[in-house]
Design a protein around this ligand. Structure first.
Ligand SMILES: Nc1ncnc2c1ncn2[C@@H]1O[C@H](COP(=O)(O)OP(=O)(O)O)[C@@H](O)[C@H]1O
Ligand SMILES: Cc1cn([C@H]2C[C@H](O)[C@@H](COP(=O)(O)OP(=O)(O)O)O2)c(=O)[nH]c1=O
Length: 204
């Protein structure tokens, strides 16, 4: 395979529809001849999955939570993301650093300059080539979540928390318009996937 692969991340508040579209994105890219490595954060490596279990189920200090998110990310970069990109594969990560801004800074209130310092320390030279942000109003996300599953620590948060997460995602999208694609995820699954295909075409 020739050249370095591309790095894609998918983001959105819980219930926005992110997981629904990951298989579609993978199939779309594979149909265009790309080798796709799908992964997730927190997690993506054996150590990262252990951290994920702690992060999603244990109460902890906000800064501990932020540091463990970045610890999981550092391992994920070393074990999965960088080697796959170097080998020419495309990497599709279910969440990356924008989620830390949205949840730990926006949602929980961690000083954004601390988050920016972590980002600059852990991945000064790596950013997704494209970030697909699935955006929905809170009521829609909540209805979708309630209809489907047992909620983890983050998903049990109140509406105001998700409002702040969503606002921070949208702020990041405004700050980095070159890599963000904001997708209106209130549309039907078929319409949303048409929009995703259109966005991905630009990278191919
Ligand atoms: N565009 C859509 N229209 C209607 N329901 C949707 C749509 N996208 C996702 N859903 C449903 O909403 C629920 C949450 O979606 P999911 O992909 O698990 O969200 P996330 O991964 O962002 O938390 C699922 O039951 C899914 O089938
Ligand atoms: C990557 C990341 C995720 N999270 C949160 C967001 C989600 O609520 C949770 C797990 O994400 P996710 O994989 O979307 O959960 P699910 O499998 O239930 O769809 O972790 C953060 O708070 N900070 C982060 O940096």
């Amino acid at each position: 395979m020739s050249g370095r692969g591309k790095f894609l991340s998918v983001e959105g508040i819980d219930g926005a529809g992110k997981s629904t579209h990951i298989g579609f994105i993978t199939d779309f890219l594979e149909s265009r001849g790309k080798t796709v490595v799908t992964s997730r954060e927190p997690g993506g490596t054996p150590l990262g999955e252990k951290l994920r279990d702690l992060l999603l189920h244990e109460k902890m200090h906000l800064e501990t939570e932020a540091l463990l998110m970045f610890a999981s990310r550092r391992e994920h970069m070393a074990q999965v993301i960088e080697p796959a990109l170097d080998a020419g594969s495309w990497v599709l990560s279910d969440r990356f650093t924008d989620a830390s801004f949205a949840y730990q800074s926006g949602g929980r209130g961690l000083d954004r300059t601390k988050m920016e310092a972590l980002e600059a320390w852990v991945h000064p030279h790596l950013q997704p080539d494209m970030t697909l942000l699935f955006d929905v109003p809170l009521e829609v996300a909540r209805e979708r979540l309630d209809a489907t599953r047992t909620l983890d620590k983050f998903e049990r948060e109140q509406e105001a928390f998700f409002a702040r997460c969503r606002a921070e995602y949208l702020r990041r999208a405004e700050q980095f318009p070159a890599r963000f694609v904001v997708i209106d995820s209130t549309r039907s699954i078929a319409e949303t996937q048409a929009r995703i295909s259109e966005a991905l075409e630009v990278l191919l």
